[in-house]
Design a protein around this ligand. Sequence first.
Ligand SMILES: [Zn+2]
Length: 443
Amino acid sequence: MTIKPTLQAGSQDGFIGREKLIAHSEEFRPRVVQVTNGVYVAIGYSASNVTLIAGRGGSIIVDTAANPVDAKAIVEAFGSHLVRPVKAIIYTHNHPDHTGGATVFAGDDSPGIYSHALLQSATPSMGRGQRDGGDAFGMHLPAEDFINAGTQLEYGRTTPHTRQGFLPPTNTFDGDEKPITIAGIALHLISTPGEADDNISVWLPEQKLLIAGDVLLKTFPNIAPLRGLPTRPVDQWITSLDKLLLLEPDFIVPGHMGVIENAAEARNALTAYRDAIKFVYEKTMEGIARGMTPEELVQQINLPEELAQHPYLQEFYGTVAWSIRGIYCQNAGWFDGNPTNIWPLPAKERAEKLVALSGGSAKMLENAEAALAGGEFQWAAEQADYLLDLEPGNRAAITVKMKALRELGERQMNATARNYYLSVANTLKARSLQDSDGLRHPA
Ligand SMILES: [Zn+2]
């Protein structure tokens, strides 16, 4: 068995990952695209796409951007295509980047606000438990450190999060599907859980146009996000994509990035997305049944080459490795099956023993610095962690960790990992500067 690179997402090729992530920013170039007669999509003006459907005597808006500032820019970009009154607003799901600008589109029109009933009980999507200033969206990174946020150019960096532009749903549905007609347009609202439990797709049968929300995006899906959220409902995500394939759409408007404008490409993208999620899910479940550990599964499971190269499956947002860990936990719990790990040593006790074994703190620091110099950035960070477990204010160890995280971050093609590494690196840098000013850092 070949050992997988310890760094995922292309990092063994030096800075190729970063170059790919930079090129990926082109997806977020602001533009309004006419997809078919009477359907326009504003891409890149906000964290998510906004779709305008021109109906008889008024308009329908699907998703509303992240905030009122972005929503106003989109109203302006739609120009005369947006004919008032806005008769309906449809939320594909609860995430704030899709629901934050509704007031602007509603204006004085009092539109019906449509969503799945699950939207009202959705868990907050910004995540919990981000350590040492870690932030997958890179909201506080300086411009020189920031490239993009994986599915969007940026989120919350120029306009802070606010729920001020959100309007609560007035028309919700339960269950699988709800056909409606608004402004003479026949629509099917279809429950398609995936990135969000409440995700719906909007199907226009006459136009054969599918507005998919975040169930299909031009990146490997974020099945198990870094930002402290439960693993997404993977089995339901697969079922959702099966359902969408049966529609045989000619056009797909995803929740972020560019649209798909022909049936062959639509089928190809939906199929690849479904196959990739299914592959990772089934291989992980088979491994669990055979008693394999998450660590072993991460080493063994690779997408088949054709899927690994597919443009909709590049690891800009989610990764195969984190998905395996998430699916393992979701289905088999936290315990990896090795009895040594039933009651592992507390981190501090393990660190004491390992540091002693390596010849003491000074020796381990020397090893860590050598690892950093030799390009073994993960090993440098891990040794710095042992030193910090023993002495949280150890400035030399903080410096090693900060430099190692920066190197790791700069080699990522995954935006969320990059943003997280660099956010923590900057926090550690501030901490080490503070200490050098003679201020005591609280242990
Ligand atoms: Zn989204």
